[in-house]
Design a protein around this ligand. Structure first.
Ligand code: FAD
Length: 303
């Protein structure tokens, strides 16, 4: 097992995330084939060990105590990208989404441009139904190969119950490969669109700092960034974490930031927005609990 799935023990997880906080995992398996993924999942199931799938960790807070289970990461063929036929982009679940966008652009395929600045993996982005600019992955996903401890199955988009930043993918399932159905487009037009979207990001979101993208989902008809800013929290700091002065729905990690600082700051933002008469905000970011695996962050109850 250790050789086939590339298992390592006591591995720091902070470097696998964009916010770079949190403790180590008991074990990490780097899987390069469908069979390797299933084998790693079976290894964990045999030991009753919890499992966490981690892509680029770009929407993930790892607890300061780390994780007493097996983290699965994808590499090799399962992070590759290729154009299949006239209009399909094949991506391993571990492939970088921005790289997939660039590959599609080079091949003159349009439809995935909105993902240019979403710094996750194709598998993580499908599992989260990531999106931007009124588009999301549900609009281009054609199929996904999902691995669990019993093997693999190919499912269609409609089998995944894809909603706003949510799907039916379970914590012990790995999106190991996906097929995006795109459309032929003019490479020059695609490039112009990509240049525009990237420039927009650079001017509206924090740059050169550790973040994990949107902290909270947007409530119906409003934006969490606007609500947090209106509550006077732009630039507000707790421990090593602060609400971004550039975009209030981002948390920036400073020196010595801990996961506990991030959670405390999320609690504070929710409480202040509520006290100001706003809605209860819901976390978009996922959280790796030391014993249970990935779920919602442990935020304080709020009325
Ligand atoms: C600067 C910045 C900008 C961002 N902008 C956006 C944006 O515009 N829109 C948006 O939607 N998000 C955005 N994000 C958040 C993030 O990039 C997306 O949510 C992305 O889809 C997460 O992918 P990941 O591979 O990093 O997943 P991770 O953060 O590693 O994991 C997130 C969740 O996906 C699961 N997961 C990961 N890989 C797999 C897999 N192969 N199979 C099954 N489950 C898996 C994890 O278990 C976890 O539950 C941004 C983040 C940053 C840092």
């Amino acid at each position: 097992m250790a050789e086939q799935a590339g298992i390592r023990e006591n591995v720091p997880l902070a470097p696998f995330t964009s916010i770079k906080v949190g403790g180590p995992a008991d074990a990490v398996a780097v899987c390069t084939s469908f069979a390797g993924v299933t084998e790693a999942l079976r290894w964990a199931a045999d030991r009753n060990a919890p499992v966490a799938v981690v892509g680029k960790g770009s929407n993930l807070i790892v607890d300061d105590a780390g994780f007493r289970g097996l983290v699965i990461r994808l590499a090799g063929r399962l992070s590759s990208i290729s154009v299949r036929g006239a209009d399909t982009l094949w991506c391993g679940g571990g492939a970088s989404l921005p790289r997939a966008v660039q590959r599609a652009a080079t091949a003159g395929l349009t439809g995935l441009e909105f993902g240019a600045s979403i710094p996750g993996t194709a598998g993580g982005a499908v599992a989260m139904n990531a999106g931007a600019y009124s588009s999301d992955l549900s609009q281009v996903l054609e199929w996904a190969v999902i691995c669990d401890a019993n093997g693999r199955r190919k499912v269609g988009r409609d089998d995944l119950a894809m909603g706003y930043r949510t799907t039916s993918v379970q914590g012990n399932e790995v999106v190991a490969a996906v097929g995006f159905r795109l459309a032929p487009g003019d490479p020059a037009d695609i490039k112009t669109t990509l240049d525009g979207l990237r420039t927009h990001r650079r001017t509206t979101q924090p740059q050169g700092v550790r973040t994990f993208g949107s902290v909270f989902t947007n409530p119906e008809g409003d934006s969490s960034g606007r609500l947090i800013e209106a509550a006077g929290l732009k630039g507000f700091t707790l421990g090593g974490a602060r609400i971004s002065p550039v975009h209030a729905n981002f948390i920036e990690a400073g020196k010595d930031c801990r996961a506990a600082d991030v959670i405390a700051l999320m609690d504070e933002a929710r409480r202040r927005v509520r006290d100001a008469g706003g809605p209860v905000l819901h976390a978009e970011v996922r959280y790796l609990h030391p014993e249970w695996g990935i779920g919602a962050p442990p935020l304080a109850e709020i009325a």
